[in-house]
Ligand binder design. Structure first.
Ligand code: 6R9
Length: 647
């Protein structure tokens, strides 16, 4: 198959920070002389005490450990704020666009943001929060979310953001896991005109979190919410009493910065831990090169701060680079499908970074919503979260970008802290659907199932040889799980969990997860998590969850459910289970299909054969493979015969 190739436009190659020759040269040095390369790159950060050692990293069990810039000290909030004050204190750091276009926007300068962060840091200190403490953030997409993150970083507290779409149960689990005694929230969030009861969710969650003694509540919609005496504080009243002076804490490069929970193939979500120095260098460098970013440009990453993309590319990356970052509270389809592009026009956004699932949803609404807007300001388009299918890529490129804007399809993970494989706008010819080439310092490799390296063109399991500064350092509270999850499958390599193809030109094509993780609208879900939510229902005996192709979401959730004896498996139960899962995890985990199954296909040793269930989920019965090892092969026929058609 001949793939379309979009060469780098001449004007891009001319003015870009990195052109093709420069990319090749920098990449070669980054892998042949990592110490020298990273020593230089680290100069983009203001260190309080310079580091002497660049990296000490080993993926082998005997001397396992990952540490970067180990003896250096810094404060990342000071890097995002203080050092800009003299040169661009009056520049806009954050532009906030509310859910409804008829509400007023906010523009916050670096000076104002610095002051807000200092006051809020002092408020947390007054409640006893100190270096190393965990702070849970459950806020909508408002500037105060960035204030909260940076205030934590300023005093050395570790933030743990929980996506505001998660349920009280999911929130409680994350508060308890990292043992935080303080939660930051708002009365309500707003999404597409609908109110999200954040404070009520916190109140419900805290019934299971006896360790929480402080809740700071931002009045956002102005809803009347009950405040618990002694525990709950009104955000604005609290900060009004605080001084605007707060010296940044001197942090070691390897001191923790944040925890972010993400789904894996087994067990409960794990707390991915990132530290300070390496993450700062990585987030800042990748943001600059991937988007060819220059201060003064209006940059908009449409991700929520509840996901890693929001951490690295709404807040830390752009602010460390002295940029102007747009935060949008709403959704792409409200009031109508022009909303994204109207915002682009309103602020003259030059760089837009979004997710394929949103693009597919907008594409379905037709081109008129796009064409009603100008979009002349756009220069670079980014994609993240899942593979972008060629149709969505073409639409993004031709309709949204009018063929002018390179698309950077960025592959990375919560664990990697920042972009790992991506085109650079001025350096890389594009192939629709390919994340293309490795970022500096990243050494991707493909291995077969036996761990043998695949060289040249081929397909296999994507691993990364050697460490990079933004790599996660541990699973909060479970270092053994960190090693087991990422470094035990293929000895000496970081295992990504993704499958990948490399073509003759050395371009990487991510083929999707090869573990039991599914990607629904760019959100990572462990099938095990949904299964355990289902079996927690008193009418359910057993459940197996697989991904199914879904036009908008990329993957949908297909659940096979065996009910307890005597239970009527009917429409009412189906609705009840859907509601149940939404309550247990959150709306993003809503099953698209629930198929009641009298039995699941199991081996004689009792292992569920997911391979077969995946095929049924895909509506592909032609290649079920060998079913002879099943304890009862007839269950497969039954499942095929009774497969419901998705709504
Ligand atoms: C940043 C983020 C990580 C998983 C990852 C992969 C998928 C992300 C992708 C992509 C193909 C891309 N993924 N970006 N697949 N092309 N450009 O999304 O982090 O939520 O941890 O998800 O998402 O499967 O392993 P996270």
């Amino acid at each position: 198959m001949v793939e379309a190739l979009y060469p780098v436009p001449v004007e891009w190659a001319k003015d870009a920070l990195v052109d093709e020759a420069r990319y090749n040269e920098m990449y070669a040095r980054s892998v042949s002389d990592p110490d020298g390369f990273w020593r230089d790159q680290a100069q983009r950060i203001d260190w309080i005490k310079p580091f002497s050692v660049v990296k000490q990293t080993s993926y082998h069990e005997a001397d396992f450990g990952i540490s970067w810039f180990t003896d250096g000290t810094l404060n990342i909030a000071a890097n995002a704020l203080d050092r800009h004050l003299a040169t661009r204190g009056d520049d806009i750091a954050i532009i906030w666009e509310p859910d409804s276009p008829s509400d007023p926007e906010r523009r916050i300068t670096y000076r104002q943001l610095h002051e807000d962060v200092c006051r809020f840091a002092n408020l947390m200190k007054s409640r006893g929060v100190k270096k190393g403490d965990r702070v849970t953030i459950y806020l909508p997409m408002v500037p105060e979310a960035a204030v909260a993150m940076l205030a934590c970083a300023r005093i050395g507290a570790i933030h743990s953001i929980v996506f505001a779409g998660f349920s009280p149960d999911a929130l409680a689990g994350r508060i308890v896991d990292c043992d935080s005694s303080i939660v930051l929230t708002a009365d309500q969030g707003l999404r597409g005109g609908k109110k999200v009861p954040l404070k009520a969710n916190v109140d419900e969650a805290l019934e299971d979190c006896p360790g929480v003694d402080t809740v700071i509540v931002l009045a956002h919609t102005g809803a009347d919410v009950p405040m618990a005496e002694g525990r709950d504080i009104d955000w604005r009243t609290g900060v009004a009493q605080q001084s605007a002076d707060c010296a940044p804490e001197e942090m070691n490069a390897e001191d923790p910065l944040f925890i972010l929970y993400t789904s894996g193939s087994t067990g409960k979500p794990k707390g991915v831990l990132h530290t300070t120095g390496g993450y700062a260098v990585w987030a800042s460098m990748t943001h600059e090169y991937v988007f060819d970013y220059r201060p003064g440009q209006i940059y908009w990453c449409a991700a929520d701060i509840g996901w890693v993309t929001g951490h690295s590319y709404v807040v830390y990356g752009p602010l460390m680079n002295g940029g102007t970052t747009v935060m949008f509270e709403g959704v792409p389809s409200f009031p109508d499908a022009s909303r994204f592009w109207q915002i682009v026009d309103k602020y003259q956004v030059e760089i837009f970074y979004g997710a394929p699932t949103a693009l597919r949803a907008l594409m379905r609404e037709g081109d008129d919503y796009v064409k009603a807007t100008s979009r002349k300001s756009l220069k670079v388009l980014g994609s993240v979260g899942e593979p972008i299918n060629p149709e969505a890529w073409s639409w993004y490129y031709n309709v949204v970008g009018e063929g002018r804007c390179p698309i950077v399809d960025t592959w990375w993970q919560t664990e990697t802290g920042g972009v790992m494989i991506t085109p650079l706008p001025g350096a890389t010819a594009l192939k629709p659907g390919s994340a293309s080439k490795p970022m500096f310092g990243v050494r991707p490799m493909l291995l077969d199932n036996d761990g043998k390296e695949i060289t040249g063109a081929g397909e296999g399991c994507l691993v990364i040889a050697d460490s990079w500064p933004g790599q996660m350092r541990t699973v909060w509270g479970d270092h053994e799980r960190f090693f087991q999850t990422y470094f035990s499958t293929f000895k000496g390599y970081y295992f990504t969990g993704d499958g990948c193809r490399r073509d003759e030109d050395g371009y990487y094509w991510i083929t999707g997860r090869i573990d039991d993780v599914i990607n629904v609208s760019g959100h990572r879900m462990g099938t095990a998590e949904i299964e355990s939510a289902l079996v927690a229902h008193h009418k359910v005996a057993e459940a197996a969850v697989v991904g199914m192709p879904h036009e908008i979401k990329g993957q949908g959730i297909y659940a096979f459910v065996t009910t307890n004896a005597g239970v009527e498996a009917d429409e009412d139960l189906r609705r009840e289970l859907i509601k149940w899962v939404r309550h247990e995890i959150g709306p993003i985990a809503t099953p698209d299909v629930i198929q009641f199954a009298p039995g699941l296909p199991k081996t004689r040793s009792g292992k569920i054969m997911r391979r077969i269930l995946r095929k049924i989920g895909e509506n592909d019965f032609s290649s079920l493979g060998d079913t002879s090892t099943l304890a009862d092969p007839s269950v497969v026929d039954n499942l095929i015969e009774n497969r419901p058609q998705p709504a």
